[in-house]
Design a protein around this ligand. Sequence first.
Ligand code: IPE
Ligand code: IPE
Ligand code: MG
Length: 241
Amino acid sequence: MAKLIKQNNNLLKNVGIIMDGNGRWALKNSFKVSEGHKRGVNVVRKIVEESVKQDIKSLTLYAFSSENWKRPKTEINAIKKLIINAIDDQSQELKEQKVKLRFFGDIDNFGEKIVNKISKVESETNCKNSRLDLNVALGYGGQQDIIEIVRNVSNQILSKKLKANDIDKKTIEKFSMVPVGDIDLLIRTGGDKRVSNFLLFQIAYAEIMFIDKFWPDFSVEDYKNCLRTFKKASRRFGKRI
Ligand code: IPE
Ligand code: IPE
Ligand code: MG
């Protein structure tokens, strides 16, 4: 067994995280839900720093799903404020760390203020040789993404810019709003074992880890444990090895 473990030193390029459990963390600690989200932002900062240290190529975070619009207005407004504050507080540090920040999803729904902030921080952090690509899903849903891809690809075919037979994996990735390809490792905190409409196409061969801790309690050590477990996984991709 030890030998087998030694042989596997999987290359970890693309990590995705479903940062779940802020609300339950707040309830458990007698705080308002918004406090849970606030603590969650602090954890993001630490996990980004560690991802840079670990030479991970991209980190894709699920911050707000298309279904999260069904939440109370007060909670959504608190999240909007936190997004603005997080961008203001962290953009300088991200630039210094050479982190390229990208947001994807139905960003327009968040209003002009956030749209403008996002386009500013994206252009400010748009460095050529980034150390880490940090992708944040905002108002994102994997099914909606696939529907939009089908619509756009169909239009390309109708206008004869694309042949149906030429559609391959690369075509789907090109038309997807997700700025990353195959995810190697997907982590979900909060204890639930589901993907809740996150990167459906991109997680085809991801190692999936469900962590029994609320996101505000997720530590750098917990993250390192996930990375260590990933390195030891036997990734067969359907082959007999
Ligand atoms: C995840 O935490 C953050 C968002 C969905 C915005 P939750 O707010 O879903 O926390 P729980 O799952 O209710 O504990
Ligand atoms: C997934 O968590 C979305 C984010 C973490 C942003 P949810 O709390 O929205 O997922 P469900 O409702 O438990 O499936
Ligand atoms: Mg949740």
